[in-house]
Write a protein that binds this ligand. Structure first.
Ligand code: SAH
Ligand code: SF4
Length: 365
């Protein structure tokens, strides 16, 4: 009997573990087979983490960055960007907004800096945000590479989780999308993830999908990398060109935006099957391609959404990529529109619940 693509998809999805070749096969599924993959991922999600989406209020703290990643619109070398940094009061009022609206968690994200003033300011924000919410609000930091001492201090002062995307787990590709200098070091990024784990953070990482020079094999390795380092959370989404960056030069090598979008959904679905009880974010970049892109990711395995609660006047300057969504909305608009959309995707929203990764809770530190 001829083994059709459909038979092969079904056979792989029955396996207890996927090989790298299995993942490469699944990444290339289309039409009916892709939908079989999505249905399986939705089943696994429901069984292991439930049909629930948790909100993390995203505060884009500052677009000042010391680094020069080739893909990013707020890289130090982009002189066209007007730089801003929110003051402590503004950040705390965003935290209050999240708390009062039962988001239960916030993410503080910004450009990467290691200067003393920056480190102290974050420490103060952590202390105040925690005391303002009786120690209850979940705080995720996404502030790049820091020393072990800094990570420890932030943890002791209230940080619960840390997001540090490896961007690509393939060393060669990493150096195609970053300068090869002391500020951009693949090994340091890996070491940081290990330190964060040692300090008992809930650790998240991720990659961009559809980068120039990226292959299916590299993407399969990315998924296996997440599993090997045993992360608690993953945030990954399509690479989107920012014109004013060096990587824009390779735009002609890219898959179409639609293909990058579909590949991101397939990566999400396969990851849900590979790592059943982790938290997976529906990347904001999905929404830059499809207005309901994040909700589609929720349907195929993601369980976290990060509504932007940055004050509207600053959003226009935190442009990591073109067509970034929601830059002229206020936080209130975001909540209302998201609520309606999540309900359409069939999930309920975990209002008032921190939604820590079950994978982390099961580690029993
Ligand atoms: N400076 C921190 C956090 C801010 S950047 C850090 O780099 O870790 C947050 C994420 O935005 C990055 O990890 C990267 O994956 C993503 N990003 C940057 N430029 C992008 C682009 N052009 N397309 C899609 N994602 C991008
Ligand atoms: Fe800075 Fe992060 Fe952008 Fe790199 S990806 S330039 S570290 S903000």
């Amino acid at each position: 009997m001829i083994d059709t693509t459909k038979d092969q998809t079904l056979r792989i999805l029955e396996k207890p573990e996927f090989s790298k070749d299995d993942i490469i096969f699944l990444l290339q599924t289309d039409f009916e087979c892709r939908n079989i993959l999505y249905r399986k991922a939705a089943e696994i999600k429901e069984k292991y983490v439930g049909k629930k989406t948790y909100f993390r209020g995203l505060i884009e703290f500052s677009n000042k960055c010391a680094k020069n990643c080739y893909y990013c619109g707020i890289r130090a070398g982009n002189k066209e960007t007007e730089r801003y940094e929110l003051d402590i009061e503004t950040i705390l009022s965003a935290v209050r907004f999240a708390w009062e609206n039962q988001y239960a968690s916030v993410v503080l994200q910004g450009g990467e800096r290691e200067d003393e003033d920056f480190v102290q300011k974050i420490t103060e924000i952590l202390q105040k945000a925690k005391s303002m919410t009786n120690g209850q609000i979940g705080i995720t930091l996404s502030l790049g590479e820091q020393t072990e001492e800094v990570y420890r201090m932030w943890k002791e002062n209230g940080a619960d989780r840390y997001l540090l995307r490896i961007e690509s787990s393939n060393r060669d590709l990493y150096y195609k999308i970053h300068p090869n200098d002391k500020f951009h070091n693949f090994d340091r990024r890996i070491d940081c993830l290990k330190i964060l784990k040692k300090l008992e953070y809930q650790v998240g990482t991720g990659v961009m999908i559809g980068l120039p020079f990226q292959t299916y094999e590299i993407l399969a390795d990315d998924l296996l990398f997440f599993k090997a380092i045993d992360v608690d959370m993953v945030g990954m989404g399509p690479y989107i060109v920012h014109e004013n960056t060096p990587l824009a030069e390779f735009e002609n090598l890219l898959l179409s935006t639609e293909e990058r979008f579909n590949l991101s959904l397939k990566m999400t679905a396969i990851l849900r099957i590979l790592m059943k009880d982790i938290n997976i974010a529906a990347a904001t970049a999905l929404q830059a391609i499809d207005p309901v892109g994040r909700e589609k990711a929720i349907k195929v395995g993601a369980n976290i959404i990060m509504p932007n609660i940055t004050p509207s006047e600053n959003r226009k300057n935190y442009l990591l990529y073109q067509n970034k969504p929601c830059i002229d909305e206020g936080a209130d608009d975001c909540t209302t529109c998201l609520e309606a959309r999540i309900n359409i995707s069939g999930d309920e929203i975990g209002y008032g619940e921190r939604g820590d990764a079950i994978h982390y809770k099961n580690k029993n530190f």
